[in-house]
Design a protein around this ligand. Structure first.
Ligand code: KG4
Ligand code: ZN
Length: 342
């Protein structure tokens, strides 16, 4: 009988400290500590994030191990996020992973955070309708990235389009901040938009070549709308927040889908996946399904818990690398910048 493979995954690339244990690709535990300190500043403060990771990492790993109900000695390997992300944050997770694995005498596995968002689709779950088949296109939309990725195999990924300025999640967060909505604003914009009219304010779409994106123009358009509105009526935001959120969200989703449709037609690919924090957005999820059905797409959307940053996706990527005996050296360095192709 084959031996069960238990992988501990550790994620600390931004402002969430997370740990998860997978058994043969199935999630046994998926723990996360969010950092509320950044709400005070309207964005992530790197130094504060590193300090919070240092406080959280041991309790979060202990929690994940205890929920998984296995002993440390049963772990086959420890997978950690190598990058991309905030260097100080990455250093906490990678240093912990190295020390922990050395103590246990097991290998470490270095994981690319953006690859992990895509590979979250392969987390095993017997209730799932299936997994994407290769090749597929994955729209990876997070706070730091907006890319259309051509996925030819687990570790063969090529960016075919990406943002030339702000990421989609960043646009959500900055638009929210303009209206005094706390960080991270994306989920709250989504909530306000439910009660708003998406056609009340019309924003122009950017003109960008190929499958690339731009969101800085929309961010500025909302800023000017709010600035001018408040000059005329000091309650402008309060009176119109639902409609502003609905209109801005509608525009972001339209922009995202337009390029995705172009890329799908160009590459003649109808297996379409979405990944990253913005894939939690209710309109994006709905439109992918409705537009996808019209276009004959086979659409894959992760469960909510695997959209935003989590360690289950790191452990899953670690498991796939473990099967390939793709281990890292103790001196493998954390990397703030790391392309999805390596
Ligand atoms: O993948 P993620 O958790 O972290 C990064 O790697 O960046 O993505 C976080 C981003 C934030 O910008 C957040 O506002 C956005 O995902 N987000 C959403 C929603 N949930 C999270 N944006 C729009 N609608 C949501 N429901
Ligand atoms: Zn992420």
């Amino acid at each position: 009988m084959n031996k069960d493979i238990y992988i501990l995954g550790i994620e600390s690339s931004c402002d969430d400290t997370a740990a998860a244990v997978l058994k043969n690709g199935y999630v046994l535990s998926n723990s996360i500590a969010n950092q509320s300190i950044h709400k005070l500043y309207g964005g992530v403060i790197p130094e504060a994030a590193s300090r919070a990771h240092m406080q959280n990492i041991i309790p979060v790993v202990e929690n994940a191990m205890s929920i998984a109900g296995i002993s440390k000695k049963e772990l086959a390997a420890v997978a950690f996020t190598r990058g991309p992300g905030l260097l100080g944050s990455l250093l906490v997770g990678s240093s912990f992973a190295k020390a922990f694995s050395m103590g246990l005498g097991v290998p470490i596995i270095a994981v690319n955070h953006m690859q992990a968002h895509v590979l979250a689709h392969f987390i095993r779950d017997d209730t799932k309708k299936g997994v994407p088949t290769f090749p597929f296109l994955c729209l990876t939309v997070s706070g730091g990235h907006t890319q259309i990725v051509l996925v030819s195999d687990f570790f063969e990924m090529k960016v075919v389009g990406e943002t030339t300025d702000d990421a989609a999640g960043e646009a959500f967060d900055k638009i929210a901040k303009t209206m005094g909505v706390p960080y991270p604003g994306g989920p709250l914009v989504d909530k306000f938009a439910l009660a708003g009219d998406p056609n009340r304010f019309v924003f122009t779409h950017p003109k960008v070549a190929g499958f690339d994106y731009s969101f800085s123009g929309l961010k500025t358009a909302v800023l000017y709308l709010v600035r001018d509105g408040v000059q005329a009526n000091s309650d402008f935001v309060q009176d119109n927040i639902n409609d502003i959120c609905a209109s801005a969200q509608y525009t972001i989703v339209e922009i995202l889908l337009a390029k995705l449709k172009l890329a799908a037609a160009h590459y003649k690919i109808n297996t379409i996946a979405v990944a990253g924090g913005v894939s939690a957005n209710s309109l994006l999820r709905k439109r992918l399904l409705t537009d996808g059905e019209k276009l004959g797409w086979n659409v894959f959307i992760p469960d909510f818990g695997y959209c935003t940053d989590n360690a289950a996706m790191i452990a899953m990527t670690g498991y796939l690398k473990f099967l390939n005996s793709d281990f890292a050296a103790q001196d493998s360095a954390a990397k703030a910048r790391l392309s999805i192709g390596n």
